[in-house]
Design a protein around this ligand. Sequence first.
Ligand SMILES: *Cc1c(COP(=O)(O)O)cnc(C)c1O
Length: 378
Amino acid sequence: MKKKTQLIHGGVGLDPQTGAVSTPIYQVSTYKQDEVGKHKGFEYSRSGNPTRHALEELIKDLEGGKRGFAFGSGMAAITAVMMMFDSGDHVVLTDDVYGGTYRVMTKVLNRLGIESTFVDSSDLENIEKAIQHNTKAVYIETPTNPLLKITDIEAAANLAKEHNLLTIVDNTFSTPYWQNPLSLGADIVLHSATKYIGGHSDVVAGLVVVNSEELAEDLFFVQNSTGGVLGPQDSWLLIRGIKTLGLRMEEHEENTKKIVEYLTGHAKVSKVYYPGLETHPHHDIAKKQASGFGGMVSFDVGSEENADRLLTNTKYFTLAESLGAVESLISVPARMTHASIPKERRSELGITDGLVRISVGLEDAEDLIEDLERALSR
Ligand SMILES: *Cc1c(COP(=O)(O)O)cnc(C)c1O
């Protein structure tokens, strides 16, 4: 099955009881048992719900793994994955991971004894140097947020295997439509489905797919024990979003190409970060491991004042956190998504006060460029 077909026909398909073409929303908490322990596969909705199950099967198919899991947010998904480790275990992570990932590792999970080291994983040597006797996993985000740095997933997974470590990939930016980390050797892939997978700024959710029965058992145990599951309504919204994921990603990409071309020629823009640019330092790796470059672009307008002027003067780019929806969004990572990272650390990473991040939506590209032109020329 090709990707666009799989988006529509993957997972469990038609409802076997009624023939309903759209998966019904099973708004239910508990299920009748014919005898103690004898049931039709569902007992209690924290352990399993038919709508959530349909979504979990679908994301499993899309990522090509053994089992899928749906959580109440991307952070709940990431936390559940980390809860598979023990106190005293150590994880090596990409340095410019999502701010919430940095926060949960350094302010919450550290209290439970799960240690972490952050390195620029786009250079494999940095990963290798950070591996300790108690390291259990390499956690990669690629492309990263907001600098669009790329890590070679296959090379990182090979390195991890040599050291008997798991490879975990946050695939939020690329989506399963463009990039499938499990096929490149990763063990676990996860998403903030709040972004492209949902795609309409109307649901907060997280998804995980694992590549072995053993990991599936471990993660199911954590999911069922800690209980951060996704509800049936939100599961249904994601199934609906996924049906158009292919169309949306193709169109995000088309719009983004045009905007990147406009920005790279602009006098007030000092730097444009986009993996689709041939001048991007990891363009070749991006091209090798993903079939599209996505709809996220960052660019530097030199100062906080310039950034503010731009942000407050756009009409179609809405000033908001988040990304990956049909609406174009604009943000300043230093004061928004990445505000939880201390300032010194931000400047080390290159997240300057003049760095602006846009999530290119599905409006007409001409309108979007006109909007940026108007705001930049103030
Ligand atoms: C948004 C995001 C998360 C966190 O997901 P939530 O759904 O907001 O909890 C994790 N990783 C990346 C790359 C994100 O963009």
